[in-house]
Design a protein around this ligand. Structure first.
Ligand code: CUA
Length: 358
């Protein structure tokens, strides 16, 4: 058989490369068309995330420069020195001290230039300013708990912060390793049992930012979500004042009151605290070392629950609660909230009661 692999015209080369170039354009388009995703890591909404983003783009454009130069040199060599009929073998070169020093030195300088802001960023972005608003975050399978020690507030799933204010999250875990990630506000940081890690957060505009557990932590890891809500300072103060009040006790004889009784009698109260104030017979404070689910005192002020996974798109909170209370592990695989075999009537009354917790 004649050797056909050695003499290929330029057109053949172009026909080979064009489809590949088209494919890579198509693939990059896939990621670009969905740039408005709520967990988009390229949409910084605060000074810390902006710094990360700036670092990313700096490294990206340096990499683009390196890519163009290296690929350009390869393509130039491939085209210029390709085999053609009647052409002699190009000059063969082995070793060139000047060239080798140059192409060792240039990458070393580039790496050093990238390393300085990277290493500085690694330290700066995991350190809190003194005077930052303190929020303690505890990871649980599969939800995040937030404590505001300065305000005596404990809440879950929705973390409320003031806009344009440095926030310092001190984080730990109750069970396995989790990771708290609010792409719009900062990078990921582990929550480790028995240790405290620190994550500064700051939002420069009011809004709702989606967060996600960033470390595989069991069956419902992907459903371990969170919301960070940044409010203007006056609205944040109003939120704090509201969270510090106790919900009104339901009137005896109402469905909500019966719901509260079901909460107490059917086992819910073993894991969920609810605080009607020190003088109320309905206050249920868990022992500090008790296995706990989310604190329910201000449940109805949070628009998401079950690790910020519910309600799902197109579902009201009542619909989501009905499905959740009927069979938690069916909605969220592995959920430690068991199926208590509640009747539809019990579920309806529990929902009536939960809606009064505000
Ligand atoms: Cu918690 Cu993944």
């Amino acid at each position: 058989m004649p050797d056909t692999t050695r003499r290929r015209p330029l057109g053949h080369l172009v026909r080979r490369i064009l489809p590949l170039a088209g494919l890579s354009l198509l693939l990059s388009a896939c990621s670009l068309v969905r740039i408005d995703n709520p967990q988009n890591a390229w949409d910084p909404r605060g000074p810390i995330a902006e710094r990360l983003d700036g670092l990313f783009w700096m490294v990206f454009w340096i990499a683009v420069g390196v890519f163009v130069v290296v690929q350009g040199a390869i393509i130039f060599a491939v085209v210029k020195f390709r085999d053609r009929p009647g052409r002699a073998m190009p000059k063969q070169v082995h070793g060139n001290a000047k060239l080798e020093i140059t192409w060792t030195l240039i990458p070393a300088l580039i790496l050093a230039a990238v390393a300085v802001p990277t290493v500085r960023g690694v330290f700066d972005l995991t350190r809190c300013d003194s005077g930052a608003l303190q929020v303690n975050i505890t990871g649980h399978q599969w939800w995040f708990e937030y404590d505001y020690p300065d305000y005596g507030i404990t809440t879950a799933n929705v973390m409320v912060i003031p806009v344009d204010t440095p926030v310092c999250a001190s984080m730990t875990s109750e069970d396995v390793i989790h990771s708290f990630w609010v792409p719009a506000l900062n990078g990921k940081r582990y929550l480790i049992p028995g240790q405290t890690t620190v994550l500064p957060l700051e939002a420069s505009e009011a809004g709702e930012y989606w967060a996600q557990c960033g470390e595989f932590c069991g069956l419902s890891h992907a459903l371990m979500r969170a919301r960070v809500v940044a409010l203007p300072p006056d609205e944040f103060d109003a939120w704090v004042a509201d969270q510090q009040t106790y919900p009104a006790e339901p009137e005896p004889g109402t469905p909500a009151f019966e719901g509260l009784q079901i909460f107490q009698q059917r086992g819910c109260a073993a894991c969920h605290g609810v605080n009607y104030g020190p003088d109320s017979e309905f206050t249920n404070l868990l022992a500090p070392d008790a296995f706990n689910g989310p604190e329910l005192t201000k449940f109805a002020t949070r628009d998401v629950f079950a690790g910020a996974y519910l309600p799902r798109d197109g579902e009201t909170r009542r619909e989501a609660l009905a499905a959740w209370l009927a069979n938690p592990p069916d909605v969220k695989p592995g959920s430690f909230m068991p199926n208590l075999g509640l009747t539809q009537e019990e579920i309806d009354k529990l929902i009536e009661w939960l809606e009064t917790l505000k």
